[in-house]
Design a protein around this ligand. Structure first.
Ligand code: HAM
Length: 468
């Protein structure tokens, strides 16, 4: 019987791991350039951490169970509640603003489809302790630069920027009576792109039950609001609406944020798009998603401000903003755009040991070269020269180091270029220095006019004889 991995879980063969490490490397480098420090937390957490904080959609997707001690636990579907707990626990002693990033595997029991899996990696970057929109600008700029680090450009993705604060103020001005009803209306907004008109009216009717508002009329106003795609149009929209003073004030924050994004050089990636409201319950202010504009148009990242989460987890009032970026849609996009580099996964050198009596000397050199930082492999078993050279070539090593009885008698090693199939002997003394030069500049082309093809060159030409 052959065992298979669970649906929605990936296995990583070495070539997949190499790609994964490349993606993590770019994320890490970019976050560090912005001055973010790395953190992590357990993948298994108390169930409560998510049932209280993440909102219904994610709770329905939890991988949860009871452990052997009777504790209700869950694999993490996201990292934000863990981050808020870590920060809450040390809020008094952490230097602010707190700028942290993390990379970890998350688990959601979702219907498996292209771009959506049950286990995926997510890169999170968050700023805590800063309420002003300078922090929002910094995380959005980091989100953009983290995608640009792979060679993605303006034609490839957009940041769709929206604002739950503005939404709440707008719904208040419409007469939506309380936050609970407003959250229900936002759940309808979240479906605008995916559900037909009749379905939306039905959902709006349920959302507005118990209020005097007309569902079809409210839906029409909501759609008109969502169609506004720049701050000037939003200002004009609110100018004539009664009860919308606070919304007009909020638009000043919008102008500040957009100016900061322009100054940080990422303005061209950002679009005002009020259809983004985010499914997670904890968001309070500006929210955004990075969407690919080519191909399937999937979300590459999502985030926003969540000013109340740290306090909800027992910490002090602590404003916060951040994003999460998944590896699945990103990798698909990089593959489509042919932006994944050829990842070289080959040793620098392959030692060809001819005869077991020469193994000890060869392995001493192998160990010395490894200690110097070179990647070196060798065959575990003795074999014929041709077979061993073939094995060297198959590893992708550019150079084979040949240790035969003749070479060792002269205290030299023959370095063979596996592509050009050319060899030159070099003293074993200072071998690491010699090989470093060869890696840098290639095997030297040595003129050996006195060689008669019989080894009289002393191993310094292509005759293949070492002069012994
Ligand atoms: P999210 O929108 O649920 O936000 O996820 C962010 C990103 O994670 C998505 O845009 C997508 O790239 C990836 N992702 C989510 N679910 C899956 C899945 N099932 N398979 C593959 N990729 C997936 C959050 O998780 C927030 N905690 C982000 C955040 C951090 N907000 C503030 N700080």
């Amino acid at each position: 019987m052959q065992f298979k991995s669970l649906p929605g879980f990936r296995e990583f063969y070495p070539e997949d791991c190499a790609v994964r490490n490349y993606i993590f490397g770019r994320w890490r480098e970019t976050a560090q350039r912005f001055g973010f420090r790395e953190w992590d937390a357990p993948a298994l957490e108390p169930l409560e951490l998510f049932t209280e904080k993440s909102g219904e959609e994610i709770v329905s997707q939890l991988f949860n169970f009871e452990d052997k001690g009777g504790r209700k636990v869950s694999l993490r579907p996201e990292m934000t509640p863990s981050l808020a707990r870590l920060v809450a626990a040390r809020a008094g002693s952490l230097r602010r603003p707190i700028k942290w990033f993390g990379i970890g595997e998350n688990y959601r029991y979702e219907k498996q489809q292209r771009g959506r899996l049950r286990a995926f990696y997510q890169y999170n970057a968050d700023i805590l302790g800063e309420a002003g929109c300078a922090a929002d600008a910094e995380v959005i700029a980091l989100c953009v630069e983290s995608l640009r680090a792979f060679g993605l450009e303006e034609g490839d993705f957009r940041i769709r920027l929206s604002d739950r604060t503005l939404w709440f103020l707008f719904l208040e001005s419409l007469g939506v009576p309380d936050e609970a009803a407003a959250v229900r209306v936002l759940a309808v907004v979240d479906k605008l792109e995916r559900v037909a008109h009749e379905g939306l009216v039905e959902m709006m009717t349920a959302a507005l039950a118990g209020t005097p508002l007309d569902p079809a009329e409210t839906l029409a106003t909501v759609k008109a609001f969502v169609a506004l795609a720049d701050v000037a149009s939003l200002e004009a929209f609110f100018a004539s609406r009664a009860g919308a003073e606070k919304a007009r004030e909020r638009l000043e924050d919008w102008k500040k944020l957009l100016a900061l994004l322009g100054a940080l050089g990422v303005g061209g990636f950002v679009r005002v798009d009020l259809s983004i409201v985010r499914g997670l319950a904890y968001y309070t202010g500006f929210v955004f998603e990075a969407f690919q504009t080519v191909g399937e148009g999937r979300a590459l990242a999502g985030g926003g401000r969540y000013d109340r989460l740290v306090a909800k987890l027992g910490g002090p009032e602590m404003p916060a903003v951040g994003f999460g970026m998944g590896d699945v849609t990103l990798r698909n996009l990089l593959e489509e755009r042919k932006l994944l580099p050829q990842i070289v996964d080959a040793p620098d050198f392959y030692a060809v040991v001819l005869g077991d009596e020469n193994r000890a000397a060869a392995l001493a050199d192998v160990a010395m070269l490894r200690a110097c930082g070179f990647r070196v492999e060798y065959a575990f078993r003795d074999g014929k020269f041709g077979k061993l050279i073939q094995a060297a070539e198959q590893t992708g090593a550019r150079y084979a180091l040949i240790y035969g009885t003749n070479e060792l008698a002269l205290d030299v090693v023959k370095v063979r270029d596996t592509r050009e199939r050319r060899e030159i002997a070099f003293p074993r003394k200072n071998l690491a220095g010699t090989l470093a030069e060869i890696l840098e500049s290639g095997l030297p082309v040595v003129e050996a006019p006195h060689c008669r093809g019989d080894g009289s060159c002393g191993g310094h030409c292509t005759c293949g004889k070492n002069g012994a």
